[in-house]
Design a protein around this ligand. Structure first.
Ligand code: ADP
Ligand code: MG
Length: 199
């Protein structure tokens, strides 16, 4: 079973990896965006890590809802409300159980990803974070490692796509040939989940 400590480790591992990869995320957001994705998420997850240390929520649901709230209130870009919604809705779906199964987490994440699709209007193939998140949730039923691999593959597969949502869509066909920054950061989120499970 996965307890609050596991979820805090997941968020801490995400913050650390966003920190390490911030320059790469911003570089990906340069040709098809406004070169702020790395700094947006760095600011957001730094606030998440600080809030979790200060408040130390004691259920998985409370950890993720607090993390989501922090992202919404600290990230100005489109990705803040979208990732904030993902974590808040996933946390809400987990309820107030002291620990949850991998299956419950997978189910809750699916609810969270659906909320992101509803908020942003993106579907698979639109060259957004959804292209990493949907295959990841589909693969999580198998294992955390499978979820991580599917997210990574989904992020790489955004390169030949034309963006139909978000800032990159303004470029039309010129968005083709670049990996989507949000799908790339979603792969980091799933890699951090697998990392937390390995610890
Ligand atoms: P902004 O585009 O406001 O500068 P960021 O650079 O932080 O915000 O985030 C850009 C990422 O957000 C994109 O690479 C994409 O993956 C994701 N994104 C943008 N719009 C949407 C949307 N409508 N639905 C899902 N994801 C989106
Ligand atoms: Mg941007």
């Amino acid at each position: 079973m996965l307890d609050a400590d596991f979820f805090r480790r997941w968020m801490a591992a995400t913050a650390a990896s966003v920190d390490r990869e911030a320059e790469r995320l911003t570089a990906l957001d340069s040709p098809i965006g406004d070169a702020d994705h790395g700094s947006n998420l760095q600011r957001g997850f730094t606030a998440v890590a600080a809030a979790l240390e200060k408040e130390a929520p004691d259920t998985p649901g409370a950890v993720l809802t607090l993390a989501g709230r922090q992202l919404i209130s600290t990230v100005g870009g489109a990705s803040g409300p979208l990732y904030g919604t993902l974590l808040r809705r996933t946390g809400k779906a987990l309820g107030d159980a002291a620990d949850v199964s991998e299956e419950q987490l997978t189910h809750a994440l699916r609810t969270g990803v659906e909320a992101v699709m509803q908020l942003g209007g993106a579907a698979p193939g639109d060259k957004t974070m959804i292209d990493a998140l949907v295959p990841a949730v589909d693969a999580l039923g198998e294992s955390f490692a499978a979820g991580r691999a599917a997210a990574e593959e989904g992020a790489l597969a955004t390169t030949p796509l034309q963006a139909r949502k978000g800032r990159a869509s303004y470029l039309g066909e010129r968005s083709i040939g670049h990996q989507d920054p949000g799908a790339t950061s979603s792969a980091l989120l799933l890699a951090a989940l697998a990392e937390a499970a390995d610890e």
